[in-house]
Design a protein around this ligand. Structure first.
Ligand SMILES: NC(=O)c1ccc[n+]([C@@H]2O[C@H](COP(=O)([O-])OP(=O)(O)OC[C@H]3O[C@@H](n4cnc5c(N)ncnc54)[C@H](OP(=O)(O)O)[C@@H]3O)[C@@H](O)[C@H]2O)c1
Length: 289
């Protein structure tokens, strides 16, 4: 049920665009920060109204109301749509309201030139809808320490915010924002490779087993185990798990280096800057612990 956000909530978050990540943030705020008022806008007002209908703290509004009312204006838009939105509506933002970018594909410097308000970048993850995931937070132009802390404290209610040096924005995004999707893609391939040999178990049973294993890994890591601990505890010397890990070790490092390289190349394309020099053919020193 929608309602007027009056008397004014302690914080009003404006979600510009309810696509994938806008919907994730709506869900996370609704589940874990229901005292925060949410305003949402989009190109199809009826669809936005339908999406917020389940969240009492949220209201569908037009872009003008969102821009002039929200304390945090979160641009859940494709990078290509940022400049047009900012040039049309950022001048109407309240003084002190924070423009929040969710993309690495528009530089903080550009955002600071297009918009007079403080700018903060967050790189969220779909995991926030279930109260998990790391969220990268980078202070942009004009953002004060108090404003950064305000955004960090809000996101800490449903994820693990990590203050990120812009120099490491790409790799941090890979490990936080992209990782759930990349690991899910690996799981899908591993599932397919096993399903191709299934004789009695149906696909749903196989999928449920792997999903349980992923949850088990997360639980072990939460209790302080390292990746290496999990491998050591599972792989009996001379056994089949060890054989599987050896097979992965043969191709995995080069494959992972290609995956990381693809992210650097694509980000350069999106930013319209020259492609970065390729990383070395051999991956770097393993990170242990
Ligand atoms: N998906 C993720 O997990 C994730 C994680 C971190 C960061 N991000 C960032 O989040 C941003 C949005 O990604 P997404 O995955 O949520 O994309 P998406 O599902 O395609 O949603 C994009 C939203 O932007 C709107 N939109 C598209 N083009 C527009 C335009 N020209 N003008 C105004 N609105 C426009 C769409 O409106 P319609 O519904 O009307 O098409 C939709 O609401 C991107 O910058 C992406 O890099 C995404």
């Amino acid at each position: 049920m929608a309602h007027e956000s009056s008397p004014r909530a302690a914080l009003t978050v404006g979600l510009v665009g309810l696509g994938r990540i806008g919907t994730v943030l709506l869900t996370a705020l609704g589940r874990f920060a229901p005292d925060v008022a949410v305003l949402a806008s989009g190109r199809e007002p009826e669809r936005v109204a339908g999406a917020v209908a389940d969240w009492p703290m949220a209201r569908a509004v037009d872009p003008q109301e969102l821009a002039s009312t929200a304390d945090l204006v979160v641009l859940c838009l494709p990078p290509q749509a940022y400049r047009a939105w900012i040039e049309a509506l950022a001048p109407t933002m309240r003084p002190g309201a924070i423009l929040v970018s969710v993309t690495n594909a528009v530089t903080l410097e550009d955002l600071g030139r297009w918009c007079a308000n403080p700018v903060i970048k967050i790189i969220p993850s779909p995991a926030h809808a279930v109260g998990r995931g790391a969220c990268l937070l980078t202070a942009g132009p004009r953002a004060t320490a108090e404003q950064v802390e305000r955004v960090r404290a809000l996101f800490a209610r449903f994820c693990r915010p990590v203050l990120t040096d812009p120099a490491d924005a790409r790799i941090a995004s890979n490990l936080a924002g992209c990782a759930p999707a990349i690991l899910a893609a690996f799981c899908a391939s591993f599932l397919d490779a096993n399903a191709a040999r299934a004789q009695a178990l149906d696909p749903e049973a196989l999928r449920a087993m792997l999903a349980e294993s992923v949850g088990a890994l997360a639980a072990l890591l939460d209790e302080g185990a390292s990746f290496e601990d999990v491998m050591r505890r599972t792989a009996t010397p001379g056994g089949t798990t060890e054989a599987a890990i050896d097979a992965l070790a043969a191709d995995g490092p080069a494959l992972c280096a290609r995956i990381v390289e693809a992210t650097f190349q694509r980000e350069a394309q999106l930013l319209g800057i020259p492609p970065p020099r390729s990383s070395p053919a051999t991956p770097g020193t393993p990170v242990r612990g």
